[in-house]
Design a binder for this molecule. Structure first.
Ligand SMILES: N[C@@H](CCC(=O)N[C@@H](CS)C(=O)NCC(=O)O)C(=O)O
Length: 211
């Protein structure tokens, strides 16, 4: 059975959501954050040890997008993915990788917010602002044209992006209040039973417990 090593309040909640959407069985091991991020027993799991980490019969895997594709193809016949020969494959691929851009900007904004100085700070601040603005405008436009990021149905691309629109915006991530299509999309996903269940197990407000 798949084990999800879940770091509290982290991107690993999306793998719980994925498993609930696919109705696949899994074990969940919960790790509490320390002041410095992941605790030592979490860091010992893998050389990179970013959350999520999954374990499958001795295989230890990181990177959400990799894990999502791996689980869907190996255990669910490709459900929630889009095949290269399908017309919406480019949209699927693009939105599958959107998360890393947003997380990169989130960390850059955090660093700038600590009062960074030096000749490049203003240039980087401008670049971060411009890119963040354009990414979110693009997201809002896309969600005005299609109910889900890859098209008519929920896919792993949605599972990849939601964290940046919900949990991240509780911290210093960009808020979505001014993006009506994004708000409607978040509401749509928040009404899915698999999402509700996953968040009750592993979401930012969930009570820490192994399962
Ligand atoms: N690109 C990675 C990023 C994962 C990531 O940065 N996770 C954060 C939690 S949201 C983490 O591992 N933080 C703990 C730490 O670095 O100590 C993915 O999508 O899985």
């Amino acid at each position: 059975m798949i084990t999800i090593h879940h770091l509290g309040v982290s991107q690993s909640d999306r793998i719980v959501w994925l498993m609930e959407e696919l109705a696949l069985p899994y074990r969940l091991k919960w790790y509490k954050r320390t002041e410095n991020g992941a605790p030592d027993d979490y860091l010992a799991l893998h050389p990179a040890a970013t959350a999520p980490v999954i374990e499958d019969d001795g295989l230890v895997l990181t990177e959400s997008a990799v894990i999502a594709e791996y689980l869907c193809h190996r255990y669910a016949g490709g459900r929630l993915t889009v095949r290269p020969e399908q017309a919406n494959y480019p949209e699927y691929l693009y939105w599958m990788h959107f998360n890393n851009n947003i997380l990169g900007l989130f960390f850059a904004k955090g660093a700038l917010g600590t009062g960074g100085q030096g000749p490049n700070v203003e240039r980087i601040r401008g670049l971060v602002g411009r890119r963040e603005g354009r990414y979110f405008d693009y997201l809002n436009a896309r969600l005005g044209a299609a109910p889900f990021l890859a098209g008519p149905e929920l896919t792993c691309a949605d599972i990849m992006v939601m964290f940046a629109l919900t949990t991240l915006s509780r911290f210093d991530g960009r808020r979505i209040d001014d993006l009506p299509n994004v708000i409607a999309y978040v509401r749509r996903i928040e009404s899915r039973p698999a999402y509700v269940k996953a968040m009750s197990i592993a979401g930012p407000a969930a009570v820490p417990a192994d399962r």
